[in-house]
Design a protein around this ligand. Structure first.
Ligand code: AMP
Ligand code: MG
Length: 327
């Protein structure tokens, strides 16, 4: 995964200048940028976001999730599973089971487009150093891909095939967002925006107005492709610009088609809006791999879920419930 290489923020928050009681802060975590903005009620106790206990609680939670599920942190739970689960069943936490089981739900829903075992091949990519698996390596590692290679029983996970690895990079940030929203609510905060790279959640409204979440222009980090008004929803964008290198004119990036072990082409940006971060996150990665037709058909069949897709040609596609903006 890859958290460590992600540098660009997939979503830009577009809003008017922050008023006195809006507190705002940013920090780097999970290989990307976190942004937190929240409304503090009139009895303004805290002058800046960093001294507010809700910020500390969210920072601690994001760091915990990174330390647990990063494939690169040598003593992470996920690292231990990848190193040992082909030999023996590994006990995993309830949260880890929830992430694996939710990934399994999406594997089935997407006909295998969303597959955390893509990492059996995915670990051979090194985007910073321009490395991708060659034909021989693909041939050797592709048989280790397949969510059905994971056996999860009684809180223990085992891989039934040698060489299988998992990576939760397509779902963990959305889960982290859900955890942040739960923490914000615990602290009695009713109006907030939280983002982690391309995953975000808008809690409440912007005190009488909608929050406007901007979708980044896929080929211009400074430009906003479009704005969407949202409230109490999760927004997740998957883009081929997050981690990539160009070889022989081909963009080799971090969203992998589990069928052939190669970067998925056709779409360049997929934004999904859903009630929960974990669902928006898994679905944005899924639709990216499934493509326009299959992806939109799936989203249109899901009540309360919307999507905006941008193709390699720059064409924009919307789910049925979103009417295109007037020209
Ligand atoms: P996102 O930005 O949410 O689309 O997540 C991209 C990340 O998801 C990648 O960096 C990988 O860690 C992971 N990933 C890539 N391809 C897949 C796939 N086919 N299924 C599940 N996760 C994937
Ligand atoms: Mg995703």
């Amino acid at each position: 995964m890859s958290w460590h290489h992600v540098t660009l923020i997939g979503l830009l928050l577009v809003s008017s200048p922050i008023r006195a009681q809006w507190l705002q802060t940013q920090w780097d975590v999970m290989g990307t940028r976190a942004t937190l903005e929240f409304w503090q009620d009139s009895a303004a106790e805290f002058v800046d976001a960093d001294t507010h206990p809700v910020t500390t609680a969210i920072k601690t939670e994001f760091s915990r999730i990174n330390a647990t599920y990063s494939p690169w942190v040598e003593n992470s739970e996920l690292y231990r599973v990848n190193a040992n689960a082909s030999q023996s069943a590994q006990p995993v936490s309830e949260e880890f089971q929830y992430l694996i089981n939710t990934s399994g739900d999406y594997y089935r829903l997407t006909d295998g487009a969303f597959d955390i075992t893509f990492a059996s091949v995915g670990h051979l990519y090194d985007y910073r150093n321009g490395k991708a698996p060659d034909t021989e390596q693909l041939k050797q590692t592709l048989p280790s891909i397949g969510f059905d290679r994971i056996a999860l029983h009684d809180g223990r996970v085992q891989f039934t095939v040698a060489g299988t690895r998992i990576d939760l990079g397509g779902i963990a940030k959305g889960h982290a967002i859900d955890r942040a929203v739960a923490i914000l609510r615990q602290y009695g905060i009713a109006h907030a925006y939280i983002s982690l790279g391309g995953d975000s959640f808008v809690l409440g409204d912007r005190r009488g107005r909608d929050w406007q979440v901007g979708i980044r222009h896929p080929r211009d980090a400074q430009a906003v492709a479009m704005r969407l008004p949202v409230a109490n929803l999760a927004v997740s964008t998957s883009g081929d610009y997050e981690r990539y290198f160009i070889r022989d004119g081909e963009r080799i990036h971090h969203i992998i088609n589990p069928g052939n072990g190669k970067s998925s082409h056709g779409l360049v940006s997929v934004t999904v809006i859903a009630a929960r971060g974990i669902d928006a996150d898994a679905l944005s990665t899924s639709v990216f791999v499934m493509g326009t037709q299959k992806g939109l058909a799936m989203i249109n069949a899901m009540p309360g879920v919307s999507a905006v897709l941008i193709s390699a040609e720059g064409k924009v596609f919307y789910s049925d419930d979103l009417s295109p903006p007037s020209p």
